[in-house]
Design a protein around this ligand. Structure first.
Ligand code: URA
Length: 220
């Protein structure tokens, strides 16, 4: 349970002043076989040219058995330096967004579409996404989350294999892979830092995700 003061701070960061508790989550298990091997593959990956400019690949962080998996776009400068996703300014807001739905950062698994930083934080190219996406697919397979949260256009479109706009992808529940994992799409925290007026809409997305998760059938 999150400390009420911290929760209030998270909600304030989102510009939200109301709070309603969600039902407690069911437990889940995840396959961990091959995780170390996958990590080693990412660490030494040279599938695209980004390996030349990266400081290090950013594999992902969090609970390997997480029920929630967060998908972002690609590491930025700070993430490239520290080897962990979402540790810069956008990461602070991401933590607040997760905290607002009672998800401490360490309880989810956070990964990006690209494991290496595109220079100057440019958009990932189609080729880079195609080369890197199999790693994310394997991470999803092994963590086996019960729900996926896609942050931003690149994450949502790459995960769902569509070029539908973010505006159209928001607000409905999509499905990923053979397990038909529900996917909820919202704004990227970096966008929300530039456009705080859309935080209210992001809060709607988070509430949708929380509802979808709460209504998932109990695992046997
Ligand atoms: N933006 C992302 O999409 N991912 C990160 O890890 C950092 C910033």
């Amino acid at each position: 349970m999150i400390d009420p003061q911290r929760r209030a701070a998270y909600l304030e960061a989102l510009g939200i002043d109301r709070w309603a508790a969600r039902p407690s989550a069911a437990t889940a298990s995840a396959a961990t076989d091959g995780w170390g091997e996958l990590k080693r593959c990412v660490t030494k990956c040279t599938r695209c040219d980004l390996h030349r400019s990266r400081t290090q690949p950013v594999f992902g962080v969090g609970d390997q058995k997480a029920k929630w998996m967060v998908v972002g776009e690609a590491p930025g400068a700070e993430e490239d330096r520290r080897g962990e996703p979402f540790v810069g300014a956008a990461g602070q807001l991401l933590n607040a967004m997760l905290g607002a739905i009672e998800l401490p950062r360490e309880t989810v698994f956070i990964a990006n579409i690209l494991k290496c930083r595109p220079p100057e934080n440019r958009d990932p190219s189609v080729e880079e996404i195609n080369e890197c996406l199999p790693y994310l697919h394997q991470q999803i397979e092994q963590v086996a989350p019960r729900i996926l949260l896609a942050f931003g256009r690149v994450a949502a479109q790459s995960l769902l294999g569509t070029d539908t706009t973010l505006a159209k992808l928001r607000g409905t529940v999509h499905r990923f892979g053979p397990r038909q994992i529900p996917v909820v799409v919202t704004y990227h925290p970096a966008y929300l830092l530039r456009t705080p007026g859309d935080k209210r809409k992001a809060w709607e997305d988070l509430k949708l995700a929380r509802k979808v998760f709460a209504e998932l059938p109990t695992e046997v």
